[in-house]
Design a protein around this ligand. Structure first.
Ligand code: UDP
Length: 485
């Protein structure tokens, strides 16, 4: 820890969704561990998520307390039900999501008040707050952007947006190579995010356009990745696209103790000791972990296909289902085949709600991960050295899938073909069984696991003193300090 960093004060302002809040919570611990004064800005109902996570950080904060400041979330002004302060807590309708983004757009003034009061050295604000660049500029404060995704996805989406390769093909399913992007990466028009290929103008596309413009005027971006994972794409992003970026991940690795790993995000729906006990009873690399992040939802028939596929694979599993017993659309739990849980007793564990994901991924009994390819999950899987079944749904998840399957070669696709904003494309149980078997059993699985373990080792080295991510974080702090003084 560097004592002169105490003059440095970073404001972190994450978007109100767990996929954005969790890495920023880790980022706060990372800055604090460098002796930097660190403040997280959020809304009242989201504050406990941060206080719980940062309080559990005994090992890494270097004695620096992370402060949490709240600003009121204007739910009512935006026509949202009272108490809706997190995107994950909304029913999955585009209308409500649009209102949520509208409410988030009203946070500029309260943020400016805090910037005026505290005069921090810099502001790291989420890409969904494009106006944060101007807000910071009013007070002469540099603004950094946090997208929460990989260099690969940033570069690939830039190329797809720029060259529009999906326009020159005859069908949704015909593969094209992403122009200019190194590595001959293939995808299809159906997998390109709807808001890019459909060329529609709505609130979300306007917001994303503003976000791009604000990014150009910002100081740079911070990326939750490590150089050795995607050197070609980190170089491409910086040198060819000319963007200023610092890689400081994998952020999840700042959680070293079980308690820290268990307290990320929402409160877990299973006692962490019970979960570890279950895993302790299993052989190394024998369990597949299945989880689709904090937003994606599947309908009952898809859940049933997953259940049948998992059973048929014969592999032990932990499966996280974002439906509780009391959820409206669950009815009589008819998303599970009759008697499934009893039949799977001891072989499969279903967690309804929220799992302590990193704690599970890091356990030696876990040997593979079925993921929706949200970047946090993907990188957590890599940091745990796991081969993956890729099951992208929306956002930039299809790009992350290509990184895992085509570049890193540590995963196999389950076969989803279509980008869908909320509820995923449908996949049959045979495809699930096949993909799970491919990453868990046999020579090819071992090869993938061994490559993944190599990456996990590099990830660990990247965050140690002198490692690439550690050095980049310090370079960023030093650069901002010298331009500040
Ligand atoms: N997560 C978790 N338990 C769950 C579901 C998700 O801890 O039951 C965490 C996961 O470890 C990751 C984040 O939530 O850090 C999800 O982020 P990601 O980018 O993977 O997906 P998103 O939720 O944004 O789609």
């Amino acid at each position: 820890m560097c004592s002169q960093n105490r003059d440095f004060h970073v404001f972190l302002f994450p978007f109100m969704a767990h996929g954005h809040m969790i890495p920023v919570s880790d980022m706060a611990k990372l800055f604090a561990a460098q002796g930097v004064k660190t403040t997280i800005i959020t809304t009242p109902l989201n504050a406990p998520t941060f206080s719980k996570a940062t309080r559990s950080s005994k090992t890494n904060s270097g004695g620096i307390e992370i402060e949490i400041k709240t600003i009121k979330f204007p739910s009512q002004e935006a026509g949202l039900p009272e108490g809706c302060e997190n995107l994950d807590s909304l029913p999955p309708t585009p209308v409500l999501a649009d209102s949520f983004f509208k409410a988030a757009g009203l946070l500029q003034e309260p943020l400016e008040r805090l910037l005026l009061e505290d005069q921090p050295t810099c502001l790291v604000a989420d890409m969904f707050f494009p106006w944060a660049t101007d807000a910071a500029a009013k007070f002469g404060i540099p603004r950094l952007v946090f997208h929460g995704t990989s260099f690969f996805a940033l570069a690939a989406s830039d190329c797809v947006r720029r060259y529009e390769p999906f326009k020159n093909i005859s069908s949704d399913s015909e593969p094209f190579v992403i122009p200019d992007l190194p590595g001959e990466i293939k995808m299809t028009r159906a997998q390109v995010p709807g808001f890019i290929k459909d060329n529609i103008e709505n609130d979300l596309t306007r917001l994303l356009k503003q976000s791009k413009e604000a990014e150009v005027r910002s100081y740079g971006i911070v990326v939750n990745s490590f150089y050795e994972l995607e050197p070609v794409y980190a170089d491409y992003y910086r040198k060819v696209l000319g963007k200023k970026a610092w890689h400081i991940g994998p952020l999840s690795l700042c959680n070293r103790e079980n308690e820290e790993k268990a307290y990320r995000g929402k409160e877990a729906s299973i006692d962490e000791h019970e979960c570890l006990k279950w895993l302790d009873s299993k052989k190394p690399n024998s369990v597949v972990y299945v989880c689709f992040g904090s937003v994606a939802k599947f309908n009952n028939s898809q859940l049933k296909e997953i259940a049948i596929g998992l059973e048929a694979s014969g592999v032990d599993f932990i499966w996280v289902v974002r439906k509780g017993k009391d959820d409206d659309d669950v009815g009589k739990e008819d998303w599970l085949p009759e008697g499934f849980e009893e039949m799977m007793e001891g072989k499969g564990l279903i967690i309804r709600g929220w799992a302590p994901q990193v704690l599970i991924l890091d356990h030696g009994a876990v040997g593979g991960f079925v993921t929706h390819c949200g970047w946090n999950s993907t990188l957590e899987g890599i940091a745990a050295g796991l081969p993956m079944v890729t099951w992208p749904v929306s956002a930039e998840q299809f790009y992350n899938e290509k990184l895992v399957t085509q570049v890193l070669k540590i995963g196999v696709g389950v076969g989803t073909q279509k980008w869908i904003r909320v509820v995923g494309d449908s996949v049959k149980n045979e495809a699930i069984e096949k993909a799970v078997t491919q990453i868990m059993v046999g020579e090819e699985a071992e090869k993938m696991r061994s490559r993944a373990k190599g990456l996990a080792e590099q990830a660990r080295r990247a965050i140690e003193t002198g490692g690439s991510s550690h050095s980049d974080l310090n370079a960023l702090i030093e650069e901002l300090m010298s331009s500040h003084s």
